[in-house]
Design a binder for this molecule. Structure first.
Ligand code: ATP
Length: 452
């Protein structure tokens, strides 16, 4: 087994099996935008559910929030986004293309793609100009009189501006956190790399408020915690690393940032950022709004502005990492097979029920009943079309951990075959215990059989 994955193979499988489609495809597509089909939605929802579980359900110190996409425009002035959330861009006067000044070395010349912008005699690049990444819109019916507003470029600010509401009602004392999953929008001009960088995407962000003296300890704690989350969901350790930002890379508010990077087919790239934001955000919103965002403990006579540790992850980028890490090809009985070796906890479908001879009404009836029983507790799929080999291949390509096959023997001795996606082992088990057998297997610890 070799790591045969490429971005093209992922794009093609995602499309073939209905995980991800180009957006507005019948109109020629829209750059850096994608739509998620059935299995894409299930996979994405599983990623989000595992994150929420790890953040909220399994802990006592974090509560959930769902804030608006459109916030008061002054939020983005106070946060520094109106002036500072920019990329340096250069235009080519010849080919009319636009490039990120800091990504020239990874960009293709619009006329000669084998060259980088600026490398041919025809290239005529402008000086870099700062370009704001926020999408602007208007509130109100009239284009001219409506109030300018922005689609949020990150979910974090919605958390900071709710700090007082949440801290009072949740009756939590630092260290405590607020977790949010939601859409964010950025007018990214660097296209490509599938769902790695898109105009709209979902973020999973935690703002963890701590006493200032404990900030560094919690910063290091969250780096490890988030690394363990990816490992626990099956990502190979050899493909994950932590990269601390150099002093020249740090944002204006940050006294420490580390990226968790994944070895994508495009090279090591950011999967998630963990930042020590200090008290920058709460102070900025206190100054701009006049509302004191601080921790007050009247009993202890304590009052201070907490520091914030922020693990900020992308749903779509994680999903891409899970797809890439799980993609595998092998030859079985002289036939190639493609399989997504997804961790069972995030696999879109947990079990497939396959009647071997669908036109046999007794077999189909037994299969259908088993399927009805399973779908009450887990995502199950019933598939009766095509040869059994093809049906297995289809389930392999969407990463279904188990398949149950009902055949003539089932009618004689009430047993079914359970097939394991990873080992391809097949075992006959009593149909009455099939549900428990699947649930037991799904609950077992899982490690990818892919080599590191
Ligand atoms: P990059 O350097 O890749 O532009 P960033 O450092 O600006 O990312 P953050 O602002 O830290 O990203 O956002 C947190 C996370 O949100 C990122 O680690 C990534 O997973 C995700 N993310 C950010 N921008 C995009 C995008 N345009 N498309 C998809 N996911 C994104």
């Amino acid at each position: 087994m070799s790591d045969a994955v490429t971005m093209d193979k992922i794009v093609s499988l995602a499309r073939r099996r209905g995980f991800v489609f180009p957006a507005s495809e019948i109109y020629g597509g829209l750059g850096s935008s994608y739509d998620y089909g059935h299995y894409g939605v299930l996979l994405k929802e599983n990623v989000k559910a595992r994150w929420l579980e790890a953040m909220v359900r399994e802990r006592d110190d974090i509560v959930a929030l769902d804030s608006s996409v459109i916030l008061h425009p002054r939020v983005w002035e106070a946060s520094g986004h109106v002036t500072g959330f920019t990329d340096p861009l250069v235009d080519c006067r010849h080919c009319k293309r636009r490039y990120r000044a800091d990504h020239i070395a990874d960009s293709e010349c619009g006329v000669r793609p084998s060259k980088h912008p600026g490398e041919t005699e025809l290239c005529d690049l402008t000086e870099p100009r700062q370009f704001n990444l926020m999408f602007e819109t208007r509130i109100g019916a009239m284009e001219e009189t409506g109030q300018a507003a922005y689609l949020r470029p990150e979910t974090a600010q919605g958390i900071f501006v709710n700090f007082k509401n949440v801290a009072q009602i949740a009756r939590r004392k630092p260290p405590f956190g607020i977790a949010q999953i939601g859409k964010a929008f950025r007018n990214e001009i660097t296209p490509g790399n599938f769902i790695f960088r898109t105009l709209e995407f979902e973020q999973m962000e935690l703002e963890y408020f701590v006493p200032p003296a404990e900030a560094d300890t919690w910063y290091r704690y969250w780096i490890q915690e988030r690394l363990d989350w990816y490992l626990g969901l099956g990502i190979r350790e050899s493909h994950l690393r932590v990269r601390p930002h150099g002093a020249d890379e740090l944002s204006h508010y940050s006294s420490g940032t580390s990226d968790i990077e994944y070895l994508f087919p495009i090279g090591w790239s950011e999967l998630e950022g963990i930042a020590n934001r200090g008290d920058y955000d709460l102070r900025a919103h206190t100054d701009a709004s006049g509302t004191k965002l601080e921790w007050v403990d009247s009993e202890a006579g304590e009052r201070y502005v907490p520091y914030v540790i922020e693990p900020a992850a992308g749903v779509n980028r994680s999903m891409l990492a899970f797809l890439v890490d799980s993609y595998d090809e092998e030859v079985v009985a002289e036939r190639p097979r493609t399989v997504l070796r997804l961790h069972p906890e995030i696999a879109p479908v947990k079990v497939a029920v396959l009647p071997l001879i669908p036109r046999n009404a007794d077999i189909a009836g037994r299969a259908r009943r088993l399927y009805e029983e399973l779908r009450k507790v887990i995502v199950a799929e019933y598939d009766d079309s095509g040869q059994i080999g093809r049906r297995y291949r289809r389930q392999d390509e969407i990463g279904t951990p188990y398949a149950l096959t009902i055949d003539e023997q089932t009618l004689e001795d009430d047993t079914v075959t359970i097939r394991d996606r990873d080992t391809l082992a097949q075992e006959r088990i009593p149909i009455g215990g099939a549900r428990e057998a699947v649930l037991d297997r799904l609950a077992q610890e899982w490690k990818t059989p892919k080599p590191g």
